[in-house]
Design a protein around this ligand. Structure first.
Ligand code: UD1
Ligand code: CA
Length: 453
């Protein structure tokens, strides 16, 4: 039978060093709150119950942590008396009875299911405590894993460590799996006789051993265990996240010419053989199908780009933009809530908002769909194979029929039937010789002024 597990996510830190008005776990990495990344790792490890230990912004944190498929219970830690005390804030949840308790941190957003699963496996294999450790060249500040005769015998916090213990480079990530049937008994034995006067979760190693229990450790990659305390660390975490995801994408068949300049969101989907040029930014909700090309300096959010379509350079796709197969959105164009039909072209300097453009239509340079009257938004519908002349304004709500022609520079306020030509501009006049006359007059004025001074 499958083992049951409760994840206890510690997120009651006061975030002082973030210098922020909100809890640090609400700060985004790759476009979504840090805490949601942690819940996702937990969910990937097959865990569907979470006790969220919070100290502030409880409602916002619980909301940000809700990614679906995971039951979240908030537990308030009123006073911040240490990691052991924090886990006990989830006492009621733990008391419901689980095979495994997995303690993790809300401010360690790069963690993945690998180490979490390994720790649970340790419990399944008979350990009472499984510590998730990591090796590092810079151990300062971390608890050290102390080993004797090949066994993990204790975790020593930096402040309580001897000089010899401080040279140890095997460190405690803070993440730990605990035998769920013994957890409350073990946790209740933690005291606070240490340098910080806090209840240390790490004491469980010695406590479990003193009761004859087995204690083991598993290793996690150092990068995955990076915690976030400051905005500078937040930027480092973002960089690691981006590097990891770009690498995964390239291995899955996406070409990136300068990957270090491409920024992905947590949910960006890019198909095989798509080409992403330098300096492209994806906000949440972007789906790029296979074979699409995103040229340099484009910004894409909440948008879908179909097979073989091209975007940019310097294009912006906002939420609801949907490009059909082989469609083109070129330089300095913005599309919002607009469907660009198969093979249609919006090549230069254009705004398409709240619009549907049929297959094969050509939208000339400088076209604007005027979708907003200051109060309401209205729709522009353009049929198939229509031609919109450059510098036209289409004042919505308005419909342009299949194959219609709009003369360049028109302001279109009335529906145009299929196959019709619409002109909405002043008729051109020619005045022979008038330019020469005007220039002579201007030169005479200039000469008169000069004579006066
Ligand atoms: C802790 C570990 C240390 C480990 C390090 C890894 C202990 C005693 N020490 O140290 O061995 O190397 O993490 O980063 O466990 N928290 C609460 N409530 C509290 C205290 C902490 O929710 O009362 C949360 C914090 O928000 C944070 C996590 O627990 O997410 C760790 O707390 P922190 O104070 O940073 O622990 P460290 O002293 O760094
Ligand atoms: Ca810390």
């Amino acid at each position: 039978m499958e083992r049951t597990c409760l994840a206890v996510i510690l997120a009651a830190g006061d975030s002082t060093r973030m210098k922020s008005s909100k809890s640090k776990v609400l700060h985004p990495v790759a476009g979504r709150p840090m805490i949601a990344h942690v819940v996702e790792a937990v969910a990937s490890a097959g865990i569907s119950s979470v006790a969220l230990v919070v100290g502030r912004d409880a409602e916002e944190v619980a909301k940000a942590a809700s990614i679906g498929g995971v039951g979240i219970e908030s537990c308030l830690q009123k006073e911040r008396l240490g990691t052991g005390h924090a886990v006990l804030a989830a006492r009621d949840a733990i008391a419901k009875g689980y095979d495994d308790i997995l303690v993790t941190y809300g401010d360690v957003p790069l963690q993945t299911d690998g180490p979490l699963k390994a720790a649970r496996q340790g419990l399944a294999d008979g350990s009472d405590i499984v510590v998730i450790g990591f090796h590092t060249d810079r151990p300062t500040g971390y608890g050290r894993l102390l080993v004797k005769d090949g066994e993990l015998i204790a975790i020593r916090e930096e402040k309580d460590a001897t000089d010899a213990e401080r040279t140890v480079t095997w460190c405690n990530s803070g993440l730990m799996a605990i035998n769920g049937r013994k957890a409350l008994d073990l946790l209740s034995r933690i005291g606070n006789a240490n340098a910080k006067g806090e209840f240390y979760l790490t004491d469980l190693v010695e406590i479990a051993r003193s009761l004859g229990g087995r204690v083991t450790a598993v290793d996690a990659p150092e990068i995955e265990m990076t915690g976030c305390n400051t905005r500078a660390e937040l930027a480092v975490i973002e960089r690691f996240w981006q590097e990891r995801r770009r690498h995964q994408m390239m291995l899955s068949g996406v070409t990136m010419i300068a990957p270090e300049t491409v920024f992905l969101a947590y949910d960006t989907v890019i198909g095989q053989d798509a080409l992403i040029e330098p300096n492209v930014v994806f906000g949440p909700g972007a789906v790029i199908d296979s074979g699409a090309v995103i040229h340099a300096f484009s910004h894409i959010e909440g948008a879908h780009v179909s097979q073989g379509a091209t975007v940019g350079p310097f294009a912006r796709l906002r939420p609801g933009a949907d490009l059909g197969n082989g469609a083109k959105v070129g330089n300095f164009c913005e599309v919002k809530n607009g469907r660009i039909g198969e093979g249609a072209k919006v090549n230069h300097l254009t705004y398409i908002g709240d619009a549907v453009i049929g297959a094969g239509s050509n939208i000339g340079a400088g076209t604007i769909t005027c979708n907003y009257d200051g109060v309401n938004k209205s729709e522009t519908v353009i049929g198939e194979n229509a031609f919109i002349g450059s510098n036209s304004s289409l004042v919505a709500p308005v419909t342009i029929g299949d194959g219609a022609y709009i003369a360049s520079g028109s302001v279109i306020t009335v529906n145009v039937p299929a196959g019709a030509l619409a002109l909405g501009r002043a008729r051109q006049e020619i005045k022979p010789g008038r330019a020469t006359l005007l220039r002579e007059r201007a030169l005479a004025i200039k000469a008169a002024k000069k004579a006066k001074s």
